[in-house]
Design a protein around this ligand. Structure first.
Ligand SMILES: [Zn+2]
Length: 219
């Protein structure tokens, strides 16, 4: 479903653009794939499901948000902190990077509040995340995910203009500056709304999981 979104985006962008502007930016690259994912998840969750099956779909949705957004935002915060240190003229070492990364992982996962135990091995995780070797990739990835979730929310809410805006964004390919393109089609990624909506979705999925676990003996 995810890759099918990329395929659709590429077909539409190539059909409407000359070769030079057919390739789209990372900023919009995950929109079709994530819109597809969210629509499929919501379609499945709308079915009459046994608790175990519902938990599986909810768990899959939560893991998708964690991996594509929550974790990427944490990565982006790490990149920002690294760049700020360099801008202040401070030297970086493997140990310093480990300490900075550990602080973020602990904070994002509530380790000090006892939510998730922190395994010290993870302090060095930054070293094998390939995204850090591509400029600003994680920041663009997380914003793209937020845009896709916002489009899905508009479809699900029955927004009449959603289809037109969605297709216009995909068909534009790389012919426009991506931020402005999205803003003109109802999604302003410099505003809080797309991120608030995504965090609200993450909270809702977790609440549903907890509600099922509270009333059943499902392990
Ligand atoms: Zn993708």
């Amino acid at each position: 479903m995810h890759e099918w979104g990329h395929a659709m985006h590429t077909v539409l962008a190539k059909r409407r653009n000359p070769y030079e502007t057919a390739s789209y930016a990372t900023f919009t690259a995950e929109i079709a794939s994530i819109t597809n994912e969210v629509l499929l998840q919501e379609h499945l969750l709308a079915q009459d499901l046994a608790d175990r099956e519902r938990l599986f779909y909810l768990g899959t949705a939560l893991e998708a948000i964690r991996g594509t957004f929550f974790r990427q935002v944490m990565f982006a915060e790490f990149e920002l902190a690294v760049h700020e240190r360099v801008e202040r003229g401070e030297a970086l070492s493997g140990e310093k990077l480990n300490a900075m990364y550990e602080e973020l992982v602990r904070r994002y996962h509530g380790s000090d509040a006892g939510v998730l135990a922190f395994d010290p091995t993870y302090a060095v995780e930054w070293a094998f995340v390939p995204h850090f070797y591509t400029n600003f990739y994680v920041f663009q990835y997380a914003t793209s995910i937020a845009g896709g979730t916002m489009f899905a929310a508009r479809f699900l809410a029955g927004d009449e203009g959603a289809r037109r805006d969605y297709l216009a964004v995909l068909e534009a390919g790389g012919s426009r500056y991506a931020y402005e393109l999205l803003r003109e089609h109802g999604i302003d990624l410099a505003s809080d709304a797309p991120y608030d909506a995504l965090i609200a979705r993450m909270d809702r999925v977790m609440d549903e999981i907890e509600a099922i676990l509270d009333r059943t003996a499902v392990p």
